[in-house]
Design a protein around this ligand. Sequence first.
Ligand code: PMP
Length: 384
Amino acid sequence: MQLAKSLQAIKPSYIREILSVANSADVISLAGGLPDGDHFPLALMEQSILQLSSRAELFQYGNTAGYAPLLAYFHECYQLSDAQDALVCTGSQQGLDLIARAFLDAGDKVVMEAPSYLGALQVFGLAQASIESIQQREDGPDLQELEQCFANKTIKMFYAVPDFHNPTGVCWSLDVRKKVAQLCQQYNVALIEDAPYRELRFSGTELPLVSSFCPEHAIVLRSYSKIATPGIRLGLASGPKAWISALERVKQGADLHSSQPMQAVLLDLLQHADFPKHLDGLRQLYRQRYQYLADLLTAQLPANCQFESVEGGMFIWLSLPVGCHVDRLAKDMLEVGVAVVPSSVFYQSAEGTKPAFRLNFTNACDSDLALAVSRLVQVLASVK
Ligand code: PMP
């Protein structure tokens, strides 16, 4: 059967390809975006999981919007106003897909920072949206470029990851947050604020959601993959009632609803007395892993390779000299036993691509991080 034209245009995910090789025993992988499986809060979920067999009602068909007690918890916990609603999604990735299907026609313009989250590039590619890339600076998108783009083109939405961006780890400053919110209001652009790493801040001060400055123009996507586990596949979309209701209509045709037993388990976990302690432990672990990797890189990197420090999330962005062939270097690295993701996969087009690697620090122990850096540095020594 012939593939749909929209799919023909999508490249297979290089990350998936790399991950399949990276799983071999002699390769240390800093390529995936995986939370540490040894620190999943399974002990806190155990009672709840054991009790599921006595809760037959959870195994019946349920509401598309989500399991009512979980939704009530989210309304309170995220202080949603009367003008807002929420929809439980099968991972925040589904939220993104529902948004594209509900609001984008082929050719509609979507603004993203460059580089961008690969899963968002895929969703918007499948929707045949036209992507407008805005350069990312140390504290968020280039505001001048963003305003020019909003002023001169008809932009439908701005997709952003303001807290500990994937792949760069960048966290937007307060000023940038306020300015972006103001621009979205001024130019009537919907902000899609994707916040899967927001709870993974391990230093610095928490900043308000960008959407808190323009709630009537924004949808927030949250994920429970990093603070609970990815395998439960649960996320949340919240925003203006009419927009969430549109997403719910699309979700009816997508999967009817997300798993109710897992929603019930998630609610018990989020309300567990020891959940805050679990989160603190996770942040501490990731801070220590990050610092360990950052110290190794600072000590061993050649002078022409650099990285910016991060205050949370799961990634370090290692910048290489202009002109480097990152795909070839990533393959050389695989050969010496370390997997990383080259920057080329995070850009919409080759134009404007900056050579870099994304390094994940949350899923390797200290000894693996040390070995990975020694292998990385061995290959980087050849970089001019
Ligand atoms: N958005 C971003 C920026 C991500 O990095 C990811 C996955 N790592 C997702 C969304 C998807 O997360 P989920 O597991 O909730 O679908």
